[in-house]
Ligand binder design. Structure first.
Ligand SMILES: Nc1nc2c(c(=O)[nH]1)N[C@H]1C(S)=C(S)[C@@H](COP(=O)(O)O)O[C@H]1N2
Ligand SMILES: [Mo]
Length: 397
């Protein structure tokens, strides 16, 4: 049963993870690409859409929430094969050796993916290298072993599930709980001790554990009133009230924004075909502004409810730069160090009328921590690509 749940859940995790990777647009070059050696593994990269605007909020919310919820199931599954898990058999044949290797990749891979994922959503950035790179390559190693494992074991799982009635199992009390019959692979202990728990108890324990994790996690992505239930999430509370009352991932202080660079001396540079244009914030505010209702959705699974942004359309800025059909834009912030100080956005993102260089949010000037004087907000864009403290836009054909 645990295997069946994972058989459904793991592909969803892999798929949403792969989509998250595409959403970063690593095929747009070094500014976005944390895995320059991806080679063939980037085969499927596509133009990440801007419709529906909540797409990344959904896919990444599912990825993170499901990953957390599956932890008890995974632990239950590993527990159920413990006698075999730590077995160091001499390799009996090539086939047997390959199977043992695939199990090492399977168990090692799944533990690696869950541990790195959970550390990252809990903001423990303790990785030897970038989380992004480790989680990406780890996923491919794991999924290869997973596919092999499913091919080898699917028949047995369905035979086992078909061999007895679930309803009967769930009604059986401790006195009538008997060990599994011996199996050809020796998964069942030869001389098991008396049971201390019914199968109903084991399944119930895992089920209640998963449900509890769902309740304390999902609110960070669903938002609204449920946000307060996300006790397990580091971004579970709205900070302080007022128009800026939504999550902040990195504060200006945390990434070392120099106050002098975002004060009155700040200028926006817009480059393209025309000579470089330079604007003060007052000049930008005086231009025709547009509104968009968009969320911030972070790779870490939390997202905000839709916020009311106001600013200049990226497509208008491209036209002013002399490239009305711009195919990409390099966005640079005043931030001097850190991976996320610049990003490249694609043509479809530039030309969506909801894509803004935002100056205001919820009727007030952006706060410094939300990216004052100006930030990017693009529909369905991963939070990390919505660059804050922007000071230069370079449009390209
Ligand atoms: N310059 C810069 N912009 C940045 C970041 C950053 O570290 N530096 N963090 C990003 C991340 S990871 C997210 S999720 C969003 C969060 O925006 P918020 O703090 O306004 O909610 O900002 C993004 N913009
Ligand atoms: Mo983020």
């Amino acid at each position: 049963m645990f295997g069946l749940v994972l058989l459904v859940g793991i592909p969803v995790l892999f798929l949403t993870g792969a989509l998250s990777y595409a959403a970063y647009n690593p095929d747009l070059g070094p500014h976005n690409d944390m895995t320059p050696d991806k080679g063939l593994l980037g085969f499927y990269l596509f133009d990440w859409p801007t419709h529906p605007y909540w797409l990344y909020r959904l896919t990444q919310g599912v990825h993170v929430t499901l990953g957390v919820v599956l932890v008890p199931v995974l632990l239950g599954k590993l527990w159920s094969v413990i006698p075999k898990l730590f077995e160091w058999l001499p390799v009996r044949s090539v086939a047997h050796g390959l199977e043992r290797l695939s199990l090492l990749m399977l168990v090692g891979g799944v533990i690696f993916e869950f541990v790195t994922g959970i550390l990252n959503i809990q903001l423990y950035y303790v990785f030897p290298g970038s989380f992004y790179t480790l989680h990406f390559y780890g996923a491919w190693v794991f999924i290869a072993a997973f596919v092999v494992h499913v091919c080898l074991r699917l028949g047995r799982m369905s035979r086992a599930l078909g061999s007895r009635s679930l309803a009967t199992e769930l009604r059986t009390d401790l006195a009538h709980t008997v060990p599994e019959p011996p199996d050809p692979d020796g998964l069942v202990p030869t001389a098991p001790a008396a049971p201390t728990m019914t199968r109903r108890g084991a399944v119930g324990l895992v089920g209640v554990g998963s449900l509890a994790l769902l309740v304390v996690t999902a609110g960070q992505s669903i938002g609204g009133r449920l946000r307060n239930t996300a006790l397990f999430a580091p971004h579970n509370r709205n900070p302080g009230g007022g128009p800026m009352d939504f999550q902040i991932n990195k504060t200006a202080a945390a990434v070392g924004i120099n106050p002098a660079h975002v004060g009155p001396a700040w200028r926006l540079e817009v480059r393209g075909r025309a000579p470089t244009l330079v604007f003060t914030r007052a000049q930008l505010l005086a231009m025709r502004r547009h509104d968009a209702l968009l969320p911030i959705a972070c790779v870490e699974g939390w997202s905000t409810d839709d916020q009311h942004w106001s600013g200049l359309r990226l497509t208008d800025l491209a036209a002013m730069a002399g490239l009305p059909g711009a195919g990409s834009v390099l966005v640079e912030s005043v931030q001097s160090r850190g991976a996320f100080r610049s990003v490249v956005l694609r043509g479809n993102q530039i030309h969506d009328p909801r894509s803004l260089l935002a100056l205001r949010v919820n009727g007030a000037d952006l706060s410094l921590d939300h990216g004052y004087p100006a930030r990017i907000i693009v529909p369905a864009n991963p939070g990390v690509n919505n660059t804050k403290w922007v000071h230069r836009l370079t449009f390209r054909t």
